[in-house]
Design a protein around this ligand. Structure first.
Ligand code: SAM
Ligand code: SF4
Length: 326
């Protein structure tokens, strides 16, 4: 069992499978992003070994992310191997959905249970502007393919002032009137070289609720506004789906954090918004035994930071979001 010094049980591992992506969202990475050489990234067998070790330490929930996880070679086999690892209860994925129309079915057959699909606006022009070249129709087809394949689907939108903070948010929220989906709005977080842009463009949950409420009626809390994972849930007065807010900036949920992150280059990142990382790739390639790796992981988890320091303007500078995985 992996427990930190604050008594939090850490059971959820988010694995970044690659730092590469087929889009370049403005809030995530610079257009001229340089990616790591393949040899510096965890190889398939190294991922499977670490998943087995984490599962033996009590981790049972795994999410694959990136960069864009679906551009990783052998993605279907990677999902299958992880899903078949003893102790693993769920494998989910966060994806931009571009390749899902082709991959949803094989991924579901391989054992994937859920996808969170990022879609920041339904407007094709704005989508292209936010992602620098994406076609929202591809994502939309991906969402439908995921549903048809029996995957649980949630939609995620990062809100950026001046890009998608007004009618786009309302259009996305409106989907929950006739779809039983969960549409979640994410407050933009600051990282690395993109931090100034991100801090200038953040739109708070409070503001979003006012924008949606003015058009579609006041949002009604679900579960008395308690956290569902990282989101606080609401519904529209006549809605059949739910609207979630992931408000890491203005309403942090660090006290209930259960997660750790594995970067594509094999570092265990203890908090999304703190620079502290522990290198697992190096000892693994130097021949560390399973027990030695377990010792390194348990020690790292024990020292997991309590929470982020955004309110004190402490911003993680050592990586951008696409390298950590969100
Ligand atoms: N490429 C996949 C995707 O876009 O869903 C997975 C990786 S992406 C880094 C994971 C999530 O992080 C996405 O929902 C994305 O919108 C979100 N994200 C990226 N940069 C962010 C930022 N600066 N603040 C908040 N969320 C961000
Ligand atoms: Fe790629 Fe996802 Fe980052 Fe957009 S948010 S650039 S889709 S990794």
């Amino acid at each position: 069992m992996s427990v930190d010094r604050f008594g939090r049980h850490i059971t959820y591992l988010r694995i970044s499978l690659t730092d590469k992506c087929n889009l370049r969202c403005v809030y995530c990475m610079p257009e001229d992003m340089t990616f790591r050489p393949r040899a510096e990234l965890l190889q398939d067998e190294e991922i499977f070994r670490l998943v087995r070790i984490f599962a033996e330490l009590g981790f049972y929930k795994f999410r694959l992310t990136g960069g864009e996880p679906t551009v990783r070679a052998n993605i279907v086999n990677i999902v299958r191997q992880i899903a078949e690892t003893p102790g693993v209860r769920t494998v989910a994925m966060t994806t931009n959905g571009i390749l899902l129309s082709r991959l949803a079915q094989p991924l579901a057959q391989a054992g994937l249970k859920r996808v969170n699909v990022s879609i920041d606006t339904l407007n094709p022009d704005k989508f292209r502007k936010l992602t620098r070249w994406g076609d929202v129709q591809d994502v939309w087809e991906g969402v439908h393919a995921a549903e048809a394949a029996g995957l649980g689907v949630k939609l995620n939108a990062v809100v950026v002032r001046g890009y998608n903070d007004k009618e786009d948010v309302v259009d996305l929220a409106r989907l929950t009137l006739y779809q039983p989906w969960q549409v979640r709005f994410i407050e933009m977080m600051p990282f690395g070289d993109v931090a100034d842009f991100q801090q200038a463009g953040v739109v708070t949950q409070k503001e979003l609720m006012a924008t949606i409420g003015a058009e579609l009626g006041e949002l009604v809390p679900v579960n008395e506004g308690r956290l569902d994972g990282e989101a606080r849930l609401y519904r529209l007065p006549d809605g059949i789906g739910t609207i979630g807010f992931i408000s890491s900036v203005t309403q942090p949920f660090c006290a209930s954090c259960t997660r750790a992150r594995l970067t594509a280059d094999g570092r265990l990142r203890l908090c999304l918004l703190r620079e502290k990382e522990v290198n697992l790739l190096k000892p693994m390639r130097q021949g560390a035994s399973d027990d030695e790796l377990k010792g390194i992981i348990e020690e790292a988890i024990w020292w997991k930071p309590w929470g982020h320091g955004l309110s004190a303007n402490v911003i993680p500078r050592n990586r951008v979001m696409s390298e950590i995985g969100g």
